[in-house]
Design a protein around this ligand. Structure first.
Ligand code: F6R
Length: 242
């Protein structure tokens, strides 16, 4: 695992954007695995800026997002589809049909999970998968559990994730209780992985991910077994590392 220690969130965002841009330049028709949450927002802003300056095109890029709340319409302002439209897709030249996010309104969750896993497989899995990390070490919505979930699946969100995400909703009661997420196997099939972390509240999860044992109790710890992982964090998030 390559680790970059940056002085603050802006520096994390700039380096993360540079890694993503390098992937797009090296392989214009690459498959980008994308994440939502607050951490990647700065990187997406930087990518939009480079696109607007004429330095970066997403015209041939295909994308697969990690996850989506189950029950939220794509037009809901807290859905992950809406997040991707407003933070990235609407501001660059990516072809809408080339963007993939699990459908939060699917009637049959199991069928939607199987469909989505097949979409990712048919694209040959991600060339570069961007990940944030939950305070409990979750990646995508793969929460701490007894066994690593392999494929795209429906999850019950833990109370800690519901509480962490409540800041985006009118109240904690409005946070969906379930989500559709790529599995750990789906994520690990990406050819390269970029993890972005910022803030002291991630320090313990980062420490366990990098220095702890590989365990489904800390889902991100599986990344120790991936041959091509880059972790970019600010001083606060990396403060627990040896
Ligand atoms: C988002 C996702 C989540 C977040 C994680 C960190 O698509 O899958 O795993 O990456 O919850 O979120 P932030 O960046 O808001 O701290």
């Amino acid at each position: 695992m390559r680790i970059y220690r940056e002085k603050d969130y802006n520096a994390v965002s700039r380096r993360a954007a540079a890694v993503i841009a390098a992937q797009v330049v090296a392989k214009p028709d690459c498959v980008l695995g994308l994440a939502t949450g607050s951490t990647p927002i700065g990187a997406y802003k930087q990518l939009v800026e480079w696109h607007k300056q004429g330095d970066l095109s997403f015209a041939e890029v295909r994308s697969v997002n990690l996850d989506e709340y189950f029950g939220l319409a794509p037009t809901h302002d807290q859905s992950y589809r809406y997040f991707m439209q407003t933070n990235l897709f609407d501001h660059v030249d990516i072809v809408p049909e080339n963007t993939n996010v699990p459908s939060g309104l699917a009637q049959d969750a199991a069928a939607e999970c199987a469909r989505y896993e097949q979409v990712v497989a048919d694209l040959g899995y991600a060339d570069l998968q961007l990940l944030g990390m939950g305070r409990n070490g979750h990646i995508g919505f793969n929460e701490p559990c007894a066994e690593f979930p392999v494929a795209t699946h429906l999850v019950d969100l833990t109370q800690s994730t519901i509480d962490a995400n409540a800041r985006f909703f009118a109240s904690a009661d409005d946070v969906p209780r379930q989500a559709l997420t790529m599995g750990i196997g789906t994520i690990m099939r990406a050819r390269s992985i970029l993890v972005v972390v910022s803030g002291a509240d991630k320090a313990e999860a980062v420490r366990k991910t990098v220095n702890g044992p590989v365990t489904p109790e800390v889902p991100a710890s599986i990344l120790q077994l991936h041959p091509n992982v880059t972790l970019i964090g600010d001083e606060a998030a990396l403060s627990g590392l040896k």
